[in-house]
Design a protein around this ligand. Structure first.
Ligand SMILES: Nc1ncnc2c1ncn2[C@@H]1O[C@H](COP(=O)(O)OP(=O)(O)OP(=O)(O)O)[C@@H](O)[C@H]1O
Ligand SMILES: [Mg+2]
Length: 508
């Protein structure tokens, strides 16, 4: 009861009494339950379910910024402290940046236990990672591609004794999006013991629930928050023609930076190219801007794992500079939309309306975290209105219009558009598109695919699609023709019948 009073909860949510019993034996969970975050008690339930004997699989679907990381870090450390060995726990996550962030949380909370962790992500020295893995760290935090590569190519470590498999942003890991993790996950799951606990987390789990349940085994405990976005988030939109978008953006940033010196802003763009051009453009306007996208320089001059951890490469370096508020504006693609926890972010601007509501939920979730306030502003063109409706339906909230003085925007319109064009020309001179092609080829090779074969396959698919479309059109045409002929026949029949009737009547 004391616990309930401390949490300020009137009536206990289902399962909490069981958790209280459990707390007698599991004091670390008390820490989680007593933390003042709104979702903490629910996440405490997840923690409770996962450490209570015999330990259930869990699916945790809670809002962005509600502390899901602690909900798996604490139970793992709780169990690890009873029987420490390596490799005890594997955490999978879709992006490299997120892997570093999660490992950091394990490191901070697990320091008194002498926790040893290992980060296994792409773009880093594989030999150094291999060495670290062979030293049997307690926790491995990995992105699927690189870990699968290690499993395929090395026998110096084993995942056969792990007790916990955690998938953070599990729906992203299991969906077949632009980066498809299916093959790598098959390799990884094949290396894990059948007897393990699987904990899956995301702010948007429900759409992929069936796939998720196939990964879990022992009657998963499912916790889902009722709403998708947090109350502290002020969700706004600006309806704007495509051509005026950038002028609105510059005006918004100017207003925010004039009014607040301690605010950070994340701007999400649709493509790497947009991200690059906007970064160049905002820099021309002297805004402290930095970018994050998958086309950024991957080469690292730092070889050892220790130095890589401290300053791994451009992408990480840029993120660190933004986190440290050296730069106040981060322009990013969706590579930064999930999981990143940067408390200073007060504003999220969607330069394009996200095509899927769940992308919107994760993007705007980069602000208003852990009970703080935040604003999200989505740029909407006349062609995106249906997307906003879909977002409103999924989030069960209404986006309000963000009031802007249009005349102030129009004043800077020409200057902004000219600057953008200059940046586009400068970027074209750097062969950005060609580099993108090279990058794509490299990705395919890394995925074990032949770029030429893939190009042919794509071409053939396009051909088949075109043929199908033509075929469909022809069928439609002939159906329409048949229908028209039928209508004509019916009309003639009717006409003939009427004439016969008329003739009969006249003869009478
Ligand atoms: N119980 C708590 N009380 C207060 N702050 C907390 C609590 N638990 C976690 N936090 C803090 O809340 C912030 C958000 O936590 P976290 O990154 O785990 O959120 P999340 O639920 O994983 O969000 P997302 O869906 O975006 O990944 C972190 O800065 C974390 O330190
Ligand atoms: Mg998270």
């Amino acid at each position: 009861m004391l616990l309930l009073l401390l949490l300020g909860i009137g009536s206990a949510p289902p399962g909490l009494w069981e958790v209280q019993d459990l707390l007698q034996e599991e004091p670390l969970l008390l820490l989680l339950l007593l933390l003042p975050l709104t979702a903490a008690h629910s996440l405490g339930e997840i923690g409770g379910a996962s450490v209570s004997p015999p330990g259930r699989d869990c699916l945790g679907c809670a809002k962005t910024g509600s502390g899901k990381t602690a909900a798996f870090v604490l139970p793992v450390l709780q169990k690890l402290s009873q029987d420490p060995y390596g490799i005890f726990c594997l955490v999978l996550t879709p992006t490299r940046e997120l892997a570093y962030q999660i490992a950091e949380q394990f490191r901070v909370i697990g320091k008194p236990l002498g926790l040893r962790d290992c980060i296994v992500v792409g773009g880093m020295d594989m030999v150094a990672q291999s060495l670290e893995l062979s030293r049997q760290p307690h926790v491995v935090v990995a992105t699927p591609g690189r870990l699968a590569d290690h499993i395929r190519s090395s026998n110096t470590f084993s995942l056969s004794r792990i007790q916990f498999l955690i998938m953070d942003e599990a729906d992203r890991l299991l969906e077949q999006g632009c980066t498809d993790f299916t093959k790598d996950l098959e390799v990884i799951l094949g290396a894990l013991p059948a007897k393990r606990q699987t904990l899956l987390f995301s702010a948007t789990l429900t759409s992929t629930l069936q796939e998720l349940q196939s990964v879990t085994m022992n009657k998963p405990f499912f916790w889902e928050s009722k709403t998708r976005t947090v109350d502290e988030l002020d969700q706004r939109y600006i309806l704007t023609p495509e051509k005026i978008k950038d002028a609105y953006l510059v005006h918004l940033i100017q207003t925010f930076t004039d009014q607040h010196s301690d605010w950070s802003i994340i701007i999400f763009t649709k493509t790497c190219k947009d991200c690059q051009i906007l970064t160049m453009m905002l820099r021309k306007f002297n805004f402290p801007t930095i970018s994050l996208h998958s086309m950024m320089k991957q080469a690292s001059v730092l070889r050892t794992v220790e130095t890589q951890k401290a300053f791994p490469k451009v992408r990480f370096a840029n993120l660190s500079k933004f986190k440290a508020s050296v730069y106040k504006i981060l322009i990013a693609t969706d590579v930064a939309s999930r999981g990143l926890d940067i408390p200073t972010v007060q504003v999220v601007i969607n330069h394009n309306t996200p095509g899927l509501p769940k992308i919107y939920i994760h993007r705007v979730g980069r602000t208003a975290r852990a009970g703080r306030n935040g604003v999200s502003i989505t740029m909407v063109t006349q062609y995106d209105i249906h997307l906003v409706h879909a977002i409103e339906e999924e989030t069960q909230s209404k986006l309000k219009e963000y009031e802007v003085e249009e005349k102030d925007v129009l004043k800077i319109l020409t200057q902004v558009n000219v600057t953008r064009r200059e940046c586009e020309i400068r970027l074209e001179a750097t062969d950005f598109d060609e580099k993108k092609e090279v990058h794509k080829r490299k990705q395919l090779i890394l995925e074990g695919k032949d770029p030429e074969m893939e190009a042919k396959r794509k071409e053939e698919l396009e051909k088949i699609k075109k043929q199908k479309k033509k075929f469909k059109e022809r069928i439609q045409e002939s159906v329409q023709q048949q229908q028209a002929e039928q209508r004509e026949r019916n009309h003639l029949k009717k006409k003939r019948r009427l004439e016969q009737k008329k003739a009969k009547l006249e003869s009478k």
